[in-house]
Design a protein around this ligand. Structure first.
Ligand code: AMO
Length: 416
């Protein structure tokens, strides 16, 4: 494009004025280009208009000029610079990253934080994840569905629910699309997937938990947990491959390594023995601690799929295992030491389901619509859910899950 006329829109990343030459580093989501105003080459008026405060939003009209010494191999010689909306207040932190800013300040001013190219890279990667997931599922004949966010009762059990007023009744925000994706399969849709926001009123305050997350779910009819595991492995491998292929620059900018897309499968009982052999004491029946999940990945690889957990640490809808009554046909996928996905074969026999709801301390009356569906021709089925933000965290090397949600909701943050 050497010599071509162009019009660029963006933000002033930096300005350097060295007397007879003024440089503007002009930034948009795709990167940074140098605009160079040399006395003699550009009018006095344009030279003058280049002295802009950082983060001004501008339109630059100019000519592309080849220059082997500049970072991109070219620069822009401006013929007109328009300040589109002069700044009226100070920018709260350095977008260049030269002065590090606290995460809370960044999140309070997310519209500024998103201008940081590191932040842009995280969401470029997240966009690839979503696209890759949809591509895999569509290719395998799955139908994308929407499920409600407003529900009458818990979808996962437990007390981690946000209450809302629903006219003259109480309702809740859904903890997961669980019951609805199962109803879709019972309804004959057979293979469904969804990308939906879910809400967890968990009082955690960690770098791994949010109170609103995006789940990428799948549910398959006429299937058991091993069928669901095969699909999960395929979806996650494709996501990693697609990110490595499409986001090379983003990964480089973040110094991130997505790791090997190879999944090691292990039964819970075997994982317990392995941890005990490595002096990370755990008794059969206990859930893994974060340290133990980390150890399993250190020993077995970046992606570890643990299956057949004890019944009592899993949700009420998990199908008991036929051979070993202590465990159910459930599984978790760990990625670099963090659980990113959970799933199971579901109980599809109504009486077994009522019994399990009771055993989990829940009231079967709350689940009438769900239990009754199992009396009307429910096939065996299985499925899983992948947490979008946790997966993004591990792909990008982010240390805090809040970095991987555009507008995170945690125990204290409800705006912006
Ligand atoms: P689960 O509750 O394990 O399973 O959630 C599935 C995945 O969602 C993510 N996740 C979270 N991420 C951040 N903060 C949270 N508070 C949070 N809670 C969950 C994790 C987790 O692996 N219905 C089942 C899935 C199924 O069986 O199909 C469910 O919701 O990555």
């Amino acid at each position: 494009m050497d010599g071509s006329e162009v019009i660029l829109g963006g933000w002033v990343h930096e300005v350097r004025n060295i007397g007879k030459i003024v440089f503007i580093l002009l930034r948009d989501h795709s990167g940074i280009v140098q605009v160079i105003g040399k006395e003699g080459d550009v009018s006095e008026n344009v030279m003058h208009s280049m002295n802009l405060p950082k983060e001004s939003v501008v339109m630059v009209k100019g000519r592309v000029k080849k220059n082997g010494e500049s970072k991109l191999g070219f620069e822009i010689v401006p013929s007109e610079i328009v300040n589109l909306n002069p700044l009226e207040s100070a920018i709260p932190f350095e977008v260049t990253g030269k002065v590090p800013a606290e995460i809370d300040v960044r999140l309070d001013n997310r519209h500024i934080d998103l201008r940081r190219l590191d932040t842009t890279s995280i969401f470029n990667i997240q966009s690839t994840v979503l696209g890759s997931f949809r591509k895999t599922m569509a290719k395998d004949g799955f139908t994308e569905i929407r499920t409600p966010a407003l529900v009458e009762a818990a979808t996962e059990g437990g007390a981690d629910l946000f209450k809302v007023e629903y006219f003259d009744r109480k309702a809740f925000l859904a903890q997961s699309p669980q019951l609805y994706k199962q109803l879709a399969v019972i309804g004959g849709m057979d293979r469904v997937f969804m990308v939906v926001p879910v809400f967890r009123a968990e009082k955690h305050n960690t770098v791994f938990h949010l109170n609103e997350i995006t789940q990428m779910d799948a549910e398959l009819g006429f299937a058991d947990h091993n069928d669901a595991i095969r699909l999960l492995k395929k979806a996650v491998k494709n996501i990693i491959k697609d990110v490595v292929y499409s986001n090379e620059q983003d990964l480089k900018r973040l110094s991130a390594d997505a790791g090997e897309p190879k999944v090691t499968e292990i039964r819970y009982a075997k994982a317990v023995s392995l941890l005990n052999e490595n002096n990370l004491n755990i008794e059969f029946g206990q859930d893994f601690t974060r340290e133990q999940e980390g150890a399993l990945c250190s020993i077995l690889g970046d992606l570890v799929l643990v299956k057949e957990y004890p019944k009592r640490v899993r949700a009420f809808y998990s199908m008991p295992n036929e051979k070993d009554g202590r465990v159910c046909n459930s599984f978790d996928l760990l990625y670099k030491g963090l659980e990113i996905s959970s799933g199971a074969q579901r109980i599809h026999k109504p009486e077994m389901l009522v019994q399990s709801i009771k055993e989990h301390g829940l009231d079967s009356a709350d689940f009438d619509f769900y239990i009754n569906a199992f009396r009307q021709g429910a096939p065996p089925h299985a499925g899983w859910s992948l947490g979008l933000e946790r997966l993004t965290m591990k792909l990008t090397g982010a240390q805090n899950i809040r970095e991987c949600c555009l507008f995170p909701r945690d125990r204290v943050r409800l705006k912006p």
